[in-house]
Every structure is written in C-alpha cells, then in structure tokens.
Design a protein around this ligand. Structure first.
Ligand SMILES: Cc1cc2nc3c(=O)[nH]c(=O)nc-3n(C[C@H](O)[C@H](O)[C@H](O)COP(=O)(O)OP(=O)(O)OC[C@H]3O[C@@H](n4cnc5c(N)ncnc54)[C@H](O)[C@@H]3O)c2cc1C
Length: 207
C-alpha cells in the first residue's frame, strides 16, 4: 500500500569492528530490493564519509570512526489503524463475517473441523458466537499463546518476552525526517527514527 507510506532518508554508518561486514550489508539490501515491491524502493547506495557529510547534517553530527555510510529509503505507515479497517471491510465485501469487540475464548478440533467460540464484548451484542471452519489462523500477536485451545498439544511458547527501551528526543532541526540504523557498542540492533519534529531511538536487546 505505497499510498499509505511516509518515506524517510535512513543511514547505516560503517564502523571498524562492525558485527557484519560492509559487503554483507550491501548484499542484504540488494536481496531485499530484489524481492520487495518496485513501488517502495529501498534505493540503497553506499557513500564515502565525505559525500555523506555533504548530503546530511545528521551524518556530519555523528561521532566515532565512520568509514562510510549506506543510505536507503525507509518507510513508515501513516495511519496503520485505517489499513486494518480497510482490510476488514474488503474481506467483508468478499464474503467474510466480521466480529469486532469479540474475544476468541475457545478453539476446539471436532472431527475434521475447528470450532471457534467468540465472546462478544460490545454491550449491544452480548452472548457467544460459534463458527465451524476447516482452518484457523491465530493472528493474536503477542497474545498468540494465550488463545485457549489454539496450541493443542504444543508446550513450546511461540512468543517470548524481552525488554527494550524507546526514548523520544528533540534533535537538531536539520536532522528532521532522517534516521539511523546501526549496532550499539554491545553489538545489539539500534535505530533512531524520525517522528514529526522529534526522533525516537530504540535498542533491541537479544533475549
Ligand atoms: C513498542 C513497539 C514498537 C514497535 N515498533 C515497530 C516498528 O517501528 N516497525 C515495525 O515494523 N514494527 C514495530 N513493532 C512491531 C509491530 O507492532 C508488530 O510486529 C505488529 O503489530 C504485529 O502485528 P500482528 O497483526 O501480528 O499483531 P497485533 O498488531 O498485536 O494484533 C493482534 C490482535 O489480536 C487481538 N487479540 C489478542 N487476543 C485475542 C483473542 N483471544 N481474541 C480476539 N482477538 C485477540 C489483539 O487485541 C490485537 O488487536 C513494534 C512493537 C512494539 C510493541
């Protein structure tokens, strides 16, 4: 849905001792460009530090020994909630029955069918709804393991917790709309993402 995306200029600084060599990063981007939609190009290119500084105040403000910079287009959904609504409406048009404000409270295999029990949460729609179906997709995100019955016979958790930190900061105006992806000194993924007149940074520690 390219029409729902906001584009940002992103940087990947190369430093001595990086976890991944420069050629591998370049290869990874090329691979993604090959399989990704032509309508949302990553437009990856590698610049010398001098060239990157000329093009970006953000890079000019970076400390440490940077040997070069990968530059690419990063995309952020504008109004992702609307995408969910549009997808649900489209599914309904194609024959799906939509239940909003409803929790799946049980999933049972009966004979060759699955039986799903929903509990309506909306005050005007109290009661249970059952549906028999051939296949079930559990798309409950972080709660995927908590949907009762959907993991019949499996003791392995699909989702495990980890802690990360998101910090919102105000950076120089000339950096607005630009971002950064890198690895921290601990070798963990780290990014700085533009958010209006602010930036938020996030570290993603390994579990
Ligand atoms: C702080 C944070 C920052 C993130 N930043 C980024 C980012 O910058 N870029 C990026 O790409 N991703 C980011 N992510 C990850 C991204 O948000 C998730 O990967 C994505 O939302 C997962 O989508 P999903 O549809 O699988 O699950 P979700 O969006 O979690 O949707 C699951 C839905 O299932 C519903 N549900 C749960 N249990 C039941 C039940 N029993 N019955 C009925 N419904 C149920 C929930 O209410 C929810 O609406 C971030 C996540 C977090 C938490």
């Amino acid at each position: 849905m390219p029409q729902r995306l906001a584009k940002h200029r992103f940087h990947y600084p190369f430093r001595k001792g990086d976890r991944y060599p420069r050629w591998l990063i370049g290869f990874g981007f090329r691979l993604m460009e090959t399989v990704a939609s032509r309508k949302v190009p990553l437009a990856y290119r590698e610049l010398s530090l001098e060239q990157a500084i000329k093009e970006s105040d953000m890079i000019a403000g970076l400390g440490g020994a940077v040997s070069g910079v990968g530059v690419f287009e990063e995309y952020m959904y504008a109004w992702p909630e609307r995408i969910c609504v549009d997808t649900a409406l489209d599914a309904e048009k194609r024959g799906a029955t939509i239940h909003t404000y409803a929790s799946v409270i049980d999933v049972q295999r009966r004979d060759s069918m699955w039986e799903i029990t929903l509990e309506e949460q909306a005050p005007e729609a109290q009661g249970h709804v059952c549906a028999r179906t051939h296949a079930v997709v559990n798309a409950a995100g972080s709660w995927v393991d908590r949907v009762p019955g959907s993991r019949a016979g499996s003791e392995t958790k699909r989702v495990i917790g980890k802690k990360g930190v998101n910090v919102m900061v105000r950076l120089p105006d000339a950096w607005r709309g630009q971002g950064l992806e890198a690895f921290s000194s601990k070798g963990e993924p780290y990014y700085v993402f533009p958010w209006g007149e602010y930036h938020f940074s996030s570290d993603q520690p390994r579990p």
